[in-house]
Design a protein around this ligand. Structure first.
Ligand SMILES: CC(C)(COP(=O)(O)OP(=O)(O)OC[C@H]1O[C@@H](n2cnc3c(N)ncnc32)[C@H](O)[C@@H]1OP(=O)(O)O)[C@@H](O)C(=O)NCCC(=O)NCCS
Length: 213
């Protein structure tokens, strides 16, 4: 399967340099829907082609990362909660926007949880800012719709990291992001570290180190 990359995004990913975390991406391409393995395809049986294509592209990336880690390429099915099911010893996360699919993996001995989110580098529609930002965050970012979009991505990344641990549905108001501290705090007290990457896409990685658990 050809590797289709966005050079600006690749540079931004390389600059993240989070030890022990491997991140990859792929430009979503016609035919990527066929990359879904039978164990994965069932969850997308009722999905439109664009959704199957994006999820197929993400699985191509996931399998490339698993191979890089010395593991055999295997299915990464979508569980009943929506969270991807990784092979034993691996934590990881998946995201896609309309153009790009990304995945991140790490060894469970090093990281307790990972979450990733990618968004186009576009302003958050102003009417969504009140929904996404807590009063404290609003003081930090004011009316800035660009930081609003980054906030949105950060909360989705936090959700993907903590859901497999806590199985709790979270609203945007249940997670408070601090950009200066590069941290998200969940209403139940969980603290998640964050790394941000800004290129032609906004990419956020949320993580808990194994020693934090
Ligand atoms: C999980 C969720 C955040 C995904 O966000 P999205 O912008 O729709 O889509 P993305 O492309 O970024 O991510 C999709 C991937 O998230 C992963 N995912 C879905 N549910 C998940 C869960 N409960 N836990 C961890 N990962 C999950 C899947 O791997 C999915 O990819 P796949 O369909 O190819 O398997 C969203 O669908 C959701 O369930 N939201 C409800 C909770 C929420 O958003 N609260 C506000 C933030 S705190």
């Amino acid at each position: 399967m050809a590797t289709l990359l966005d050079p600006a995004l690749q540079n931004a990913i390389d600059a993240l340099s989070l030890p022990g975390v491997t991140i990859g991406h792929r430009l979503i391409s016609p035919g990527d829907e066929h990359a879904l393995m039978p164990e994965e395809a069932a969850a997308f049986a009722n999905s439109v082609t664009s959704v199957r294509r994006a999820s197929g592209a993400a699985r191509i990336v996931a399998r490339q990362l698993l191979m890089k880690a010395g593991l055999a390429p295997c299915p990464v099915p979508k569980g009943s909660s929506g969270a991807p099911i990784w092979p034993p010893g691996i934590v990881g996360s998946i995201s896609h926007d309309s153009r790009v699919a990304v995945a991140a993996i790490a060894r469970r001995r090093d990281y307790g949880a990972l979450g990733i989110d990618i968004e186009p580098a576009e302003a958050l529609p102003p009417n969504l800012l009140d929904l996404v930002a807590t009063p404290m965050e609003r003081m930090e970012i004011g009316e800035d719709p660009w930081q609003g979009r980054l906030l949105f991505a950060a909360k989705e990344a936090v959700y993907k990291a903590v859901y497999p641990l806590d199985q709790i549905f979270l609203d945007h108001q249940d997670v408070e992001i601090s950009f200066p501290l590069r941290r998200g705090v969940v209403r139940n007290g969980r603290r998640v570290d964050l790394r941000f990457s800004v290129s032609d896409h906004l990419l956020v990685v949320a993580f808990l180190r194994a020693s934090d658990n």
